[in-house]
Ligand binder design. Sequence first.
Ligand SMILES: C[S@@+](CC[C@H](N)C(=O)[O-])C[C@H]1O[C@@H](n2cnc3c(N)ncnc32)[C@H](O)[C@@H]1O
Length: 435
Amino acid sequence: MRGGLPRLAAIDLVEAVLISKTPLDDRLAWSLDKGLMKAMEPRDRAFARAIAATCLRRLGQIDALLAARLERPLPSAAHFIRTLLRCSIGELVFLGTAPHATISTAVGLVKEHDKGFPYKGLVNAVLRRISEDGAGELRKEDAGKLNTPDWLWQSWTSTYGEKTARAIAEAHLGEPPLDISVKGDPAKWQEDLEADLLPTGTLRRAGGGRIEDLPGFKSGAIWVQDAAAALPVKLLGNVRGRKVLDLCAAPGGKTMQLAALGAEVTAVDRAPKRLARLSKNLKRTQLKAELKEGDAATWRPKAPFPFVLLDAPCSATGTLRRHPDVARLKKPDDVAALCGTQSTLLDAAVEMVEPGGTLLYCVCSLEPQEGPGQIEAFLARHRDFSRTPIGAEELGGLAELITADGDLRTLPCHLKDRGGMDGFYAARLMRAEQV
Ligand SMILES: C[S@@+](CC[C@H](N)C(=O)[O-])C[C@H]1O[C@@H](n2cnc3c(N)ncnc32)[C@H](O)[C@@H]1O
């Protein structure tokens, strides 16, 4: 059926996240390799991804619209119908597809794929009503809050206050721009890439299109990296010719930055497949680093390093703009478990920093337990470490990214008028000379 395939692929992606609890990118990779997207045109693939991402981003609003039009909830066995309705509502209300095309394709999919369930009439009626009045109704809603799981909303309001929590949640509603890091001077690439140059040195383009087709990709001069993710490495200062240990390094955004700055990098990660991606990235960008497969909790270098970067595994709740599935996959228990891993890795990193050396800890999480909470507890355990506060001049003058303690705290609503940035936390710690 015409138009049916991208919609079916989108339903598969959404069900993988919401039912099988599979990360969206993993299912996308599977679909491109072995699933429905394999045989699809690039344009249809992009459409399928846009439907799925919109459905996940706007799930709270979509479910509110749906619930208001159903006399009773759909039974759990009708999950295909529920996901079809969710995706179609996302299309109608947020992607602005032609109602006739969306509705007739949805009804066609019910006929083809859900023979056991008599939902053709219901799907038709619900989508018709929403195409007539859904968008008007939405304007009255608190979209940011409605699309944010309660536990995250509570965490952000108690950490940042309600106004900022709302600004964070609103920053998650649209597709983010494409952020690019380059080898060398970003200003030289601005024109070729038709990009905005942010004060922190990241080049930013509107999203869409294939990164592989951009100038500088094939020659290895550029790589994709969110503006906030590019900040921690800058906090190490001049690393030219210095040894840097990059713990939890794959897929290597920060490794490439360090190598491009002339550091002698040793990059450690425990995941072989992710290390292989790091190796491929280094090859394309013609940058060098020594790669080590190992668990940073137990792996040890022959000698301690003057600089250690620990980009610890975290809940990734700072990346919801780019990964809307994270809001649907992560739960408070995951944060608690990750906090345990982070403190183990921080304690392990202590042994790898030489006296007088720097330990830079960072996470792409908005949750305070994984950021400042972790560092407070660390400093209480390790009296030989102290903070080296970060200055605005290290961040292109953006003083709003620095906390009262001198740590980095970016929020998705920062640089709002220029497209926002991921939520990142980083603390720069120095080990005392005399231990
Ligand atoms: C946030 S990602 C790192 C992103 C990377 N630094 C970059 O800039 O591209 C976290 C990484 O930590 C790795 N990891 C998790 N636990 C680890 C451990 N105990 N030892 C080593 N690596 C670990 C994961 O495999 C994952 O690649």
